[in-house]
Unconditional design. Structure first.
Length: 58
């Protein structure tokens, strides 16, 4: 097996910046996916849902 999926960095000073950059990219992608999902849910959920109020008796 080779280790092509994990790029090796020269020193420890460059590694956190690379990891931080990867995390920022992943968070941006996740945020975009969640925004799209939220828009889809709001578009499909507005037509048939009524707000549920708890604690109010009749």
């Amino acid at each position: 097996m080779s280790e092509e999926t994990v790029p090796q960095q020269g020193g420890t000073t460059g590694q956190p910046k690379g990891l931080l950059q990867q995390m920022e990219e992943l968070m941006a992608a996740l945020n975009a996916d969640l925004s799209a999902l939220d828009a889809d849910l709001q578009a499909s959920g507005d037509s048939g849902r009524e707000p549920v109020e708890e604690g109010r008796a009749g």
